[in-house]
Design a protein around this ligand. Structure first.
Ligand code: SAM
Length: 660
């Protein structure tokens, strides 16, 4: 055989070392295994290119870089017992055998297994056992394993493989739809707990077997099975990852799989549900503490959020005229759940250098709610009829509001149009006052450029916002996206952000009636378009319970009973799973994702909830798994706990954002 040792050295330098493979064991092993012995005769000269080569039966020998990456990430050590699924040519098993004490490898094609076995014998690699069969069920008699490597893409993580991992052992497996998977590393932390890490996007041939795909066309097993197909809810039950208590560190850990992304967007199905806030706080705490996220960007007015930002980052108090979050809907931010999170941020930041402190920022059009309050105040005094119209229109600042009677009530009056000039003028004045007040607060994020941008577009913003039509939605979400980009840029190339906003802002609008029927876009869609899979969109939902909401814009907060979700809605399917609180990661459950793609009803509750007209006022059609990458479910939910005067704390410095 020709001597390809120089080509092998080149492969190590350019495909491995330069791409970050540092593990000595891996590099040494790949230096001694002749890859040319594992390709089809006649293809030897291509053996050291960094590509997957055909080995017959429609299968491939994996790219050298991927082989090295998987072994490195599985942390294979001398003395280990390792299981490999998908022997193929036998190359990866051969490399593994040069590190570990013993390698067990399973291949479903008898022809491939036979040739691989012959190659091991020729090379005198005696510590490898090859078996023909379905690797998705593992090799229980030979386990437990220190490492398991799966060389084919699976619709989900086969349960049997997790069970055959030793304590502290690692499973590396590509999971996801046939065209692209995520390479996952699963570590067994205890008998029942596993930690997961996302190593990035990859593309493998399908894993075919009892706990994999049904056949080469990668059909989900459920569709082909002789057993009666499971119902959607049964599929949800098996895909659901139950959520621990909010203060259990395991809660945040479940979301580690998203920690490598640049932007993590967390939704909510109402603006007044305690569980949504607490879950978002638990996830965000973990991302800030362990994974380098330093921006929390929320669906709130910039000036109010800026007061909180000064508090959590221990900055000078820039005196605002009004106390924070004092306008409708007050409970959306002035609640116990947010206060506890804010206190946590302040405490954590106290132990960090100023430049590493995590900030809290508002994404909405500058002072949107403050401006709406000013509009209403003005109209109440000058034209009460126009004020009533404005209230109704602001109540419809939600894209799902379908109620025909609302349109009637919100019809334009002559007075409404006449007031436009004066109202816009008022808003401009308010903006100037607030910018003036914010000056000198040391807030370099709201820098001169951003200020100038705000002032220049204020007139247009306030005019569009005054009418509160469909244009105001797109303007608002584009603005939110631009502000997010501004924040990310201000904190540098490596900055990472968590966004908290309603599902209607976060779930990709192209897969809802907003996008398909009304050409409305949102921040989730814009993030996907800009950041691709560096953005992850996570929706939240509930079946029933109680929620803090008003009946009309500017109305008092009430605790309202949420009606049980409608038959034919996504919420009903999730409820029927019988699991009380869970995460579904659609990338890991391709068959379920597929079955949920066809649009169904989805419920949206904002600051206003009208149970009496619920179907028309709060449900719209959407494709949930296209809107979101993952979904968090709480079957029964409770209202947020609003802060009242009893939360004023004597002796607390005036920097405290919630001080009255
Ligand atoms: N590790 C191999 C190498 O170094 O050449 C490459 C493996 S190839 C990308 C994937 C292999 O997985 C194919 O040979 C395929 O037949 C096999 N495979 C797919 N599903 C399997 C299953 N359930 N059990 C065992 N092998 C399977």
């Amino acid at each position: 055989m020709i001597d390809l040792s120089r080509a092998r050295e080149r492969m190590i330098a350019s495909h491995l070392s330069r791409r970050g493979i540092r593990n000595d064991h891996v590099v040494k092993a790949m230096r001694v295994v002749p890859r040319e012995a594992f390709v089809e005769p006649g293809f030897e000269e291509f053996a050291y290119e960094d590509s997957a080569l055909s080995i017959g039966h429609g299968q491939t020998i994996s790219q050298p870089y991927i082989v090295a990456l998987m072994i490195e990430r599985a942390e294979v050590q001398p003395g280990d017992t390792v299981l490999e699924i998908g022997t193929g040519s036998g190359y990866a098993a051969a490399v593994l055998s040069r590190i570990a004490a013993h390698v067990y490898t399973i291949e479903r094609h008898a022809g491939l297994a036979k040739i691989a076995g012959q190659r091991f014998a020729d090379l005198r690699y005696k510590n490898i056992d090859v078996r023909v069969g379905d690797g998705t069920t593992g090799w229980p008699e030979a386990g437990p394993f220190d490492a398991i490597l799966v060389a084919a893409g699976s619709p989900e993580i086969p349960y049997a493989l997790k069970q055959q991992l030793d304590l502290g052992g690692h499973l590396v497996i590509p999971v996801g739809p046939p065209d692209e998977q995520r390479l996952l590393k699963v570590t067994r932390v205890s008998a029942t707990t596993f930690k997961e890490q996302d190593l990035g996007g990859v593309r493998f041939v399908p894993l075919i077997g009892e706990y994999g795909w049904h056949d080469e066309r990668a059909e989900p097993r459920a569709k082909q099975s002789l057993r009666p197909a499971p119902t959607l809810s049964e599929m949800v039950t098996s895909a659901a990852e139950p959520l621990p208590a909010f203060d259990d560190p395991a809660f945040g850990r479940l979301f580690d799989r998203f920690a490598g992304r640049r932007v993590v967007l967390l939704g909510e199905a109402s603006h007044g549900t305690s569980e949504f806030y607490r879950a978002r706080a638990a996830i965000t705490r973990r991302l800030i503490e362990e994974h380098g996220f330093t921006i929390v960007a929320v669906e709130a007015d910039w000036p109010d959020a800026a007061a909180i930002d000064r508090y959590v980052r221990h900055r000078a108090s820039g005196m605002l005229q009004d106390a924070t979050f004092q306008r409708f809907p007050v409970w959306m931010w002035r609640n116990r759940e947010v206060m506890e999170f804010v206190e946590w941020m302040r405490e954590l930041n106290g132990s960090r250098e100023a430049s590493d402190r995590a900030g809290f920022h508002g994404l909405d059009i500058y002072n949107m709610r403050g401006s709406i309050a000013a509009v209403l105040r003005y109209l109440d005094q000058t034209d009460p009829q126009a004020a009533a119209v404005a209230r109704e229109r602001y109540g419809c600042l939600t894209p799902w509001q379908n109620e025909p009677s609302t349109y009637g009530r919100a019809a334009m009056t002559a007075g409404f149009r006449k007031c436009e000039k004066a109202v816009v003028e008022q808003c401009r004045e308010l903006l100037e006052k607030q910018l003036e007040a914010g000056r000198g607060s040391g807030d370099e994020l709201l820098d001169a450029v951003q200020n100038a941008r705000l002032v220049a577009s204020a007139e247009r913003y306030y005019r569009i916002m005054y009418y509160a039509g469909p244009d105001s939605w797109n303007m608002r979400d584009s603005h939110m996206f631009e502000t997010l980009e501004h924040l990310l840029n201000a904190r540098g190339d490596q900055s990472k952000a968590v966004v908290w906003a309603h599902n209607s802002h976060i779930g990709d609008a192209r897969h809802t009636e907003m996008g398909t029927a009304r050409e409305e876009l949102n921040i989730g869609q814009l993030c996907r378009e800009r950041y691709g899979d560096q953005a992850v969109l996570i929706g939240f939902g509930t079946h029933s319970g109680r929620v803090a909401a008003a009946s009309d814009w500017d109305g008092d907060m009430e605790v309202k009973t949420i009606r049980a979700s409608l038959e034919g809605s996504y919420e009903r399917v999730l409820h029927d799973s019988g699991v009380a609180r869970f995460l579904i990661d659609f990338a890991r459950h391709a068959p379920l994702r597929e079955c949920l793609l066809k649009p169904m009803l989805e419920r949206f509750i904002g600051v206003i909830y009208r149970p009496e007209t619920e179907r028309l006022s709060h449900y719209a059609h959407a494709s949930l798994p296209r809107q979101f990458d993952a979904f968090v479910w709480f079957d029964e939910t409770n209202p947020v706990e609003p802060l009242g005067p009893e939360h004023t704390r004597a002796g607390v410095p005036d920097t405290f954002p919630f001080g009255l």
